[in-house]
Design a protein around this ligand. Sequence first.
Ligand code: AR6
Length: 175
Amino acid sequence: MEVKVGPSTLELVEGDITRQDTVAIVNAANKHLRPGGGVDGAIHRAGGPAIEAACRQLGGCPMGEARITTGGNLKARYVIHTVGPVYRDGCHREPELLASCYRESLKLASANGIKSLAFPSISTGVYGYPMEDAARVALKTVTDYLAHHPEIERVRLVLFGRAAYEVYGKALQEL
Ligand code: AR6
């Protein structure tokens, strides 16, 4: 599924973030930027040790912020690491922090001349963010950014499994 936002394209696909051919892929990292499970584990396994070495130099990343490293052996040239909120009850700035992850990652892309990037569904695995709520925040934040930043040509949201893809598809139609 894809929609146009001005000259830019926002695309939803079901798949594996590590196999994307966008210039950058986004990692759902932890604040230590140490290899973990989920998307993070998959990216480090597929990208090789150069990503971990680059992460070590950065000394971590606060929640809601983003950092950029090489993509190592991945097709993507860069990995943008962002740290999503751990979901408690939705009343602890979770929506604001999640929106910030998408926005800060997009800002890093713009600053580095990256014209295409792929996001996973940040915080909806180990960090427990309800998928429906996360989808609304993700799609609103990305579309708002693209409306003002035509330099980003393509944003792809890569959903792991049919169920996640359908939740995002419904949220996009409602937007
Ligand atoms: N491609 C795309 N999406 C995936 C993939 C994949 N290969 N694998 C899982 N997902 P998570 P979080 C989906 O747990 O909640 C790590 O240990 C998955 O179904 O990767 O932000 C870090 O080090 C889910 O919907 O990230 C942190 O400690 C979504 O990606 C912590 O997990 C995010 O799940 C971050 O937790």
